[in-house]
Design a protein around this ligand. Structure first.
Ligand code: KIV
Ligand code: ZN
Length: 391
């Protein structure tokens, strides 16, 4: 019987950091890792220790620092990678080695110039070797999204026999459709002997904009770990966005799936990551974008001012945003102008509002957005200014 808790495996510092030009130094990684721990992620993938001395040092330093989360290091199915990862993780309270190999025919044929039987052996040996250092060993079947399900099931059975505790099923190229990815997870749950000994994990890339949808289909079909990054950063079109999957599960309680994430920290950590990496977050980004809780059309503004829930499905405070914003543009109506004027101390009557609204529209047609100082200027230069301030 599956429980309702979905583990959040954050890979901002490994897969996320693979974004060109976004390299972080150890100090920056430590700050982010500590915030991820406070956020409540279950696993922090701290890096790929064999890849460089800098990455080794970061994984080691994060292992020493982190109090609650499991700290994980990536390896290929190569003995030296695994030995080096174990060394970097030796101070972690809860260490995990994440090892794996490509399993799709294209990886086997072109990358490894090998055979399925050889891949099974290499996978088994890698997990067995990793188990000689740590109890918690996650196996990734790279390009599982394009791996034939029957062979993938054999890979999973093989690594469970070697002691794998987590089976990562990456859609490495972001190719799968949500129903296909969900069906893959269901197939593995129904056809892999010993599947109850391991947790299935979703690791979905966003090449077709489907990473979040695929991860959600994965957990609906029995996976209990999602691998994701803050703001969805990562190679190419990025990874599954942590804030999106967490809020989907929170906003749809009937799915009966839960995480340990303190959602009020999401907005702050999104800024920390984008500032540290120098990657700007698109304004329309779900949950954490600058416009995620901004309303600019008159019809929407009128609704939100009357009751926030008319146009918002998330309370901004739940993700750490102080309040929804009413943005004044040429599409705004009188309700929005009155609301914003009141916020800066001008309580307008209906007649006063009628008087300044046309000036406001002329202003808004010239400017993209009317700010508080513009509202001051519009009111102060109006015929009704004296009447407003003497009220
Ligand atoms: O996308 C992928 O397949 C990966 C693995 C290395 C886990 O990042
Ligand atoms: Zn990846």
């Amino acid at each position: 019987m599956l429980n309702k808790n979905v583990h959040i495996f954050d890979t901002t510092l490994r897969d996320g950091e693979q974004v060109p030009g976004c390299k972080l130094n150890t100090e920056q990684k430590l700050i982010i890792a500590e915030q991820l721990d406070f956020l409540g992620v279950d696993i922090i993938e701290a890096g790929f220790p064999v890849s460089s001395p800098g990455d080794f040092k970061s994984v080691e330093a994060i292992s020493k620092l982190i109090k609650h989360a499991t700290v994980c290091g990536l390896t290929r199915s190569v003995e030296n990678d695994i030995k080096v990862a174990a060394e970097a993780l030796k101070y972690a309270k809860k260490p995990r080695i994440h090892t794996g190999i490509g399993t799709s025919d294209s990886h086997i044929q072109f990358k490894f110039k090998s055979t399925r039987e050889d891949i099974l052996k290499r996978a088994y040996d890698a997990v067995k070797y990793a188990k000689s250092f740590v109890e918690d060993v996650e196996f990734y079947a790279e390009d599982a999204g394009r791996t034939d399900n029957e062979f993938l099931a054999r890979v999973c059975e093989t690594v469970i026999k070697a002691g794998a505790t987590v089976l990562n099923i990456p859609d490495t190229t972001g190719y799968c459709l949500p129903h296909e990815y969900g069906a893959k997870i269901k197939y593995l749950r129904e056809n892999v002997k010993g599947i109850d000994k391991a947790i299935l994990s979703c690791h979905c890339h966003n090449d077709l904009g489907l990473a979040t949808a695929n991860s959600i289909e994965g957990v609906i079909n029995g996976a209990r770990q999602i691998e994701c990054t803050i703001n969805g950063i990562g190679e190419r079109a990025g990874n599954t966005a942590l804030e999106e999957v967490v809020m989907i599960l929170k906003q749809h309680p009937y799915l009966n799936l839960d995480t340990n994430i303190k959602t009020e920290m999401l907005y702050g950590i999104s800024h920390l990551v984008s500032d540290s990496m120098g990657i700007y977050t698109q304004p329309n980004k779900a949950i954490v974008g600058a416009n995620a809780f901004a309303h600019s059309s008159g019809i929407h503004q009128d609704g939100v001012i009357k009751n926030r829930e008319t146009y918002e499905i998330i309370d901004p405070k739940d993700v750490g945003v102080t309040e929804s914003s009413i943005v004044l543009t040429a599409r705004s109506g009188r309700a929005a102008l009155a609301y914003r004027a009141k916020n800066i101390g001008f309580e307008l009557t209906k007649l006063q509002l009628d008087e300044i609204y046309s000036t406001f529209l002329e202003f808004a047609d010239k400017k993209k957005e009317v700010d508080d100082s513009d509202i001051h200027q519009i009111i102060e230069s109006s015929k009704v200014y004296k009447e407003i301030i003497s009220a």
